[in-house]
Design a protein around this ligand. Structure first.
Ligand code: URA
Length: 210
């Protein structure tokens, strides 16, 4: 069982994250860095996955070699910024199944509303890794996990790049069974819901929409 919060303090992750935080880092470089960090985070978020063995003939003899057990992993991107982490995850786990969840915030109720949801089949038998770079208030992440659970998923992990203490607390309260893996835990949220010091709007920075 993974602990509820894992901070990946590996030097390569921390160095690349610092480059991403720099406001002068251009869009293309930002996206490439996110992809590279996703490789390193993928290594951590898949730690301890169930294994089995299969018989493999090496050029010398046959052996019982370790392989992942169970159905292929499901990666679920929380739109739209999740797609940046998703690309890097898929580099490392190309046969993973992929789902998408889209939520927007209703201006009146301030509650997350689903506008898109497409998940792989047999989700109840898969390990699901939900990805969203910024765990800020945690409201949309918690809602996305609610939705994934409603479709039957029982074994979920959440991967982000940056987390605020408020978001981690919200996720722990709503989904204590879902381990959170992040590259850093920042200081706080500001009054607009941005992570401070953070890196700004992750979607805008990776897609150049500002
Ligand atoms: N989403 C972002 O993209 N950035 C933040 O700082 C908070 C939420």
């Amino acid at each position: 069982m993974m602990q509820h919060l894992t901070i990946v303090d590996h030097p390569l992750v921390q160095h690349k994250l610092s480059l991403m935080r720099d406001q002068s880092t251009p869009t293309a470089v930002f996206r490439q860095l996110l992809r590279e960090i996703a490789h390193l985070l993928a290594y951590e978020v898949t730690r301890g996955l169930p294994m089995t063995t299969k018989t493999v003939e090496t050029p010398l003899q046959s052996m019982e070699a370790p392989v992942l057990d169970g159905r292929k992993l499901a990666l679920v991107s929380i739109l739209r910024a999740g797609n940046g982490l998703l690309d890097g995850m898929l580099d490392l786990i190309p046969s993973a199944r992929v789902g998408f969840v889209g939520l927007y915030r209703d201006e009146d109720t301030l509650k997350p509303v689903q506008y898109y949801c497409k998940l792989p089949g047999e989700i109840d038998e898969r390990v699901v890794i939900a990805v969203d770079p910024m765990l800020a208030t945690g409201n949309s992440s918690a809602a996305a996990i609610d939705l994934i659970k409603k479709h039957g998923a029982k074994n979920i992990r959440f991967l982000c790049l940056l987390a605020a203490p408020e978001g981690v607390a919200r996720m722990k309260e709503a989904h204590p069974d879902v381990p959170v893996v992040t590259a850093a835990l920042d200081e706080r949220l500001n009054e607009l819901g941005y992570i401070v010091p953070g890196l700004g709007d992750a979607g805008d920075r990776m897609f150049g929409t500002k």
